[in-house]
Write a new protein. Structure first.
Ligand SMILES: *[C@@H]1O[C@H](CO)[C@@H](O)[C@H](O)[C@H]1NC(C)=O
Length: 298
């Protein structure tokens, strides 16, 4: 009895060790294919290219900004230059900034369709850092598809904004507060909550990328953000894989290339502007979920 128990334990310990290790080696292998740049294109999904919309980002209300403090003007110039000179394809920070801004309506509602678009840009961001985030980005793709199906479905109108979705799903008892039913498509509320949690992590990480000195290790920044936000929602196994996957992150200087900036100063302006747009979307969503006691949906 005792020796079977012992060898069982030994086997289990080996599995615990070998499985994460082999996943990590796979991730490291895959991440050598990172940072590949493709040819530029000007229309994506029928939307105009970044170049044409930069004006809208920099000067949202053209006639208002006559008397600006000079450092605000300087920041504007930095933002404008960084976005205009961003020739890389795949992920473009300007597109992501725009997509987060267009999530919020004038009355402060979040449009679900635009939210999904913004997430598609975030996935491009994660993918452009190699395969480090593959465990998050593939899960997020599934979640985008679930919500997109609700949006295209026969009750699609009720899914136009986050608050209309919450109202519709609560009234129709789609949301399950006790458990996740195994054989049903998860509710929109539950699905979006997962993305919402991951958004906080990326918001925090982007903030750190924008404000940390360039000697700082990205793996440490990312792990810090992860511990602060997403880690307590993950299982032990995923946490181990995440920890080690972060070690394969590109350096801060390589990240600057991904977000189309040359130096720390530019990084700060571009990333803090982006983080603010993300935080706005995050805060509104957080308020809706708090008001309906839905922050812990299973
Ligand atoms: C979001 O909420 C946090 C915490 O309440 C606050 O510090 C921050 O200024 C808010 N950001 C935006 C853009 O609303």
């Amino acid at each position: 009895m005792a020796s079977t128990g012992l060898s069982e334990m030994r086997t289990r310990r080996i599995i615990c060790f070998v499985l994460p290790l082999s996943m990590i080696l796979l991730l490291l292998y895959l991440s050598t294919n990172k940072l590949h740049v493709q040819v530029s294109e000007c229309l994506e999904n029928g939307r105009p290219c970044v170049e044409a919309q930069i004006d809208i980002i920099i000067h949202p209300k053209k006639n208002v900004n006559t008397d600006r403090p000079s450092d605000a003007k300087e920041d504007e110039n930095i933002l404008e230059n960084a976005l205009r000179n961003c020739q890389r394809d795949g992920f473009q920070i300007g597109k992501m900034l725009m997509s987060f801004r267009s999530c919020v309506t004038e009355t402060g509602e979040i449009l679900v369709g635009e939210y999904l678009n913004a997430w598609r840009e975030l996935i491009k961001f994660m993918d452009s850092m190699g395969t480090v985030f593959i465990f998050i980005s593939s899960e997020t793709r599934t979640k985008i598809n679930i919500l997109q199906d609700y949006l295209r479905g026969k009750n699609g109108k009720s899914y136009r904004t986050i608050s209309s979705m919450v109202q519709y799903e609560l009234e129709n008892e789609v949301v399950n507060f006790k458990e996740l039913p195994p054989n049903r498509v998860p509710s929109g509320c539950r699905t979006l909550l997962r993305m919402h949690r991951a958004l906080k992590w990326l918001e925090d990480f982007l903030y750190k990328v924008g404000t940390s000195p360039k000697e700082q290790k990205t793996s440490e920044l990312c792990a810090e953000s992860y511990h602060k936000t997403l880690a307590h929602h993950h299982s032990w196994f995923i946490r181990q894989v995440a920890e080690i996957a972060f070690l394969a992150l590109p350096s801060l200087e390589e990240m600057y290339e991904v977000v189309c900036v040359k130096d720390h100063k530019e990084a700060e302006v571009v990333l803090l502007t982006t983080v603010e747009a993300i935080a706005k979307v995050y805060n509104i969503t957080q308020e809706i979920y708090t008001n309906h006691n839905m922050l812990d949906l299973p």
